[in-house]
Design a protein around this ligand. Structure first.
Ligand code: NIG
Ligand code: FE
Length: 416
């Protein structure tokens, strides 16, 4: 394919670095009045007006499809490194409870929250669960997501965690998404183990992890390391065992309290530590010295009226910052990554280029796929978003509800 009349080509990563950290995020590459060429499922070249005629000629000679972008923007597809899209039904009752004044923690303490979704999921046949998750995945693709991390964590038993992971594997096989699959058995303590977290953690280590490993269904491991859920000691036990199976950590930390999750995550060389709404300067400075991505989830802050993570400080201190949707029925029932980027700009004071980097290249890094996708780089997947004409690249965040996304391309094919 040959794309021409591109007013802005954004998300260029000419050095093919696995991420951009700190002040380099604002330097995410951009070209004006550009063209871009793909071949098969890959990006092969891009340039500006001076080289357009010769490349268009050779594309025509090769019978490639020519796409007039008509003054719009081409940018990399979004890479959403943190989701829980496999769940059954919804939790709209809790939505009303929250409006009436209950907090996320109070709902969880009453046995609702995550355990509510666990009950629903256990009673949902696998095919039906797949259909529901596929419906969500298809919506996200239309909204510009090209890479998606998918967690388990609403099964909390060997049988039901494996069921979720099989559904995740089916999403991987049956959609054009680039996926990463994460085992989150430590999302909450299953009702059968109520009051005995240690016994549940032992069960997870002795029964769940070997079963997950035997099926080869997950590449990552996650723990909800936070107040009222799992402690850093539990997290340490789980991550140590998971390492024996080659599962790299991506953990939930500092959503509800400064709980030691960042420290334990960095000590285990986690690919990312996620949430960080309550993280303070000390945690941010620790992350800045590490290769662990600081993943922030502004959609959860928005939906639960929580503080926003200190993404500005994290960038200023030199962290690898990325933004993800946290799509789940309890704290973020939306996977709209453009909205996530807009919240990054509006609520976290990220520059538009930083928000774009945080939702594409750095998101790809935080899910272990930045070698193959996440930026405009020859050799990477042709996962692209084409917009209507925009005044500037900032426009998709500035006029954040106008439907600018006109077409999406995954693996070099237009999604119809
Ligand atoms: O990332 N915080 C823990 N897990 C999810 C919420 C899951 C749920 O409420 O169902 C999150 O926000
Ligand atoms: Fe989450």
């Amino acid at each position: 394919m040959f794309f021409y009349n591109i007013r802005f080509l954004t998300g260029i990563n000419s050095e093919d670095s696995p991420y951009l950290r700190g002040k380099n995020m604002a330097k995410y590459g951009i070209l004006e009045n550009a063209w871009l060429r793909t071949h098969g499922d890959k990006i092969i070249a891009y340039g500006t007006a001076d080289t357009e005629a010769e490349n268009m000629r050779s594309a025509k000679e090769a019978n490639e499809q020519l796409i007039d972008v008509k003054g719009g923007m081409i940018m990399p597809s979004f890479c959403d490194s943190h989701t829980h899209i496999i769940y059954s039904g919804c939790r709209d009752g809790e939505f009303v409870d929250k409006i009436n004044g209950l907090s996320y923690e109070e709902i969880a303490r009453r046995g609702g929250g995550i355990l509510n979704s666990v009950d629903l999921l256990r009673n949902t046949p696998e095919d039906e669960l797949y259909t529901q998750a596929l419906h969500r995945a298809e919506e996200l693709i239309r909204k510009g997501t090209g890479a998606l991390e998918i967690k388990s964590g609403y099964g909390l038993s060997v049988r039901d965690e494996l069921k979720m992971l099989r559904v995740a594997a089916r999403i991987k096989e049956t959609t054009p998404l680039t996926t990463a699959i994460t085992f989150l058995g430590a999302h909450a303590v299953a009702r059968e183990f109520k009051g005995d977290i240690d016994a549940y953690v032992t069960h997870l280590i002795n029964e769940m992890l070997p079963a997950v490993n035997a099926q080869g269904l997950a590449g990552y491991v996650d723990v909800f390391c936070d107040e009222g859920f799992f402690t850093p000691e539990h997290t340490d036990r789980i991550l140590t065992s998971a390492a024996k199976y080659g599962l790299r950590p991506k953990i939930h930390a500092n959503e509800l309290a400064v709980s030691g999750g960042v420290e334990i995550g960095v000590a285990h060389r986690a690919l990312s530590v996620d949430h960080l709404e309550r993280a303070e300067q000390a945690q941010i400075e620790l992350l800045a010295k590490s290769e662990t991505a600081a993943t922030m989830l502004p959609g959860a802050s928005f939906f639960l009226s929580m503080p926003y993570g200190k993404a500005r400080m994290a960038i200023d201190k030199g962290c690898i910052v990325n933004l993800a949707s946290d799509y789940n029925p309890g704290s973020s029932p939306s996977g709209d990554m453009r909205m996530v980027g807009a919240l990054g700009c509006i609520k976290m004071k990220l520059l538009p280029a930083e928000s774009l980097c945080a939702t594409t290249l750095n998101g790809a890094y935080a899910m272990g796929v930045s070698k193959i996708t996440g930026s405009i780089t020859p050799g990477k997947k042709a996962n692209l978003i084409m917009t209507a004409p925009v005044h500037s690249p900032a426009f998709i965040y500035y006029a954040y509800t106008t439907p600018y996304i006109e077409k999406v391309f995954l693996n070099g094919s237009e999604i119809k």
